[in-house]
Design a protein around this ligand. Sequence first.
Ligand code: NAD
Length: 395
Amino acid sequence: MCMTSIVIAGAGYGGVMAGRKFEKAMQPFTLINKHSYHQFITWLHEAAGGRHRIDDYKVELSEVFRQSIVTQIKDEVTFIDRQQRKVIGKKGEYPYDYAMIALGSAPEFFGIKGLAEYSLQLRSIETARQIRTHIEQQFTAYREDQDETHLRIVVGGAGLTGIEFVGELMDWLPDLCDRLGIPNNRFEVQNIEAAPAILPALSENLQTKAKKILEEKGVRIRTNTKITKVEADAVYLESGEVVHAKTIVWTGGVRANPVLKNSGFTCDGRGRAKVNAYLQSIDDERVFVIGDCASFESAGRPLPPTAQLATQMGDVAATNLLALSKGEQMVHFQPKILGTLASLGRDVGVGFIAGMQTSGTPAGIAKELSKVKYLWQLGGLRMVTRNRRSLVREY
Ligand code: NAD
């Protein structure tokens, strides 16, 4: 067994996959994470949109890593001190021989005035809970004063996050209205997108299908419409129009965790640390950077920050870190985009798998099956059995 000191910063998709690899190799490591749990971030639209219990969208790290070789520390990383080879947290300092930085991303506000202050963002279990509670409170308040703005929800951005969230809302809000005794033709969901089309990650054909499905469900999709300013209860558009709404959710993009830039890593325009073919920071071979924190060039542009790629990076970076520590040859990271699926509510979706397009119910089923696949990667049959009933639809 190698006694190299390894610190993983962050227990998102990349961090836990790297940890799983070390655990299988019986390599001790320290895992530092802000929370005691791993969150299923890519399914949070379901949590915010009323599908299942919010706490089902997380799993305690002590359930993911059950071996004594894993030291788990609940702390928030604030700095990577490459000179002293220490990961610095709010509560302590953690020396390393090799570090794996997997601290995820933060919302990108593009300097839009009022956006950070007055919008809700879908980025954690707690913000999902906040969004769900906020919507329930607004709908309840409508019963008191009949102010229609309580029932208007504006979602800024029609990337995968925004689209999956509005799809989910359209399945939940009619039930919420029924529960509260509100006529369910009163609420309005506007999805506002600056670009000419929704879902930039998908083909034109799938964009069109997704738009049609969502419009049939009742979403008001507004493309070529840019948000320029936000105030409490008001969204300002480039055209001069002001949309009054008591719920404003921003899903307009992400940038890497600011710790990388603040720690002096060479970063791209979205704050992601540039890495080489082995996923090492170009500034320091002892530091591997993965997931949303890494700027890895493929076909001339950085890879998108997705969970799928983060898990692949975690696996390869852990293999490389072990190889480097033993003086062995590392391998190049070769990203494989196996598919992209967007749910459009509880039953249907759009996307592609292995180059084949899918939409409607088959895409919805494929999306549910992709959850099982991830649970299997995370902890085999034990993790699938633990979570399947609470998170995956029965067919
Ligand atoms: P995104 O960057 O993919 O989409 C944000 C959208 O907001 C863009 O279409 C952009 O044009 C729009 N926008 C930006 N500024 C605006 C403005 N001022 N007014 C109106 N619209 C504006 O962000 P995302 O959806 O949060 O996704 C982030 C990453 O996570 C992406 O790489 C995505 O692929 C990935 N992701 C994947 C899945 C999945 O695989 N199912 C789910 C969620 C996110």
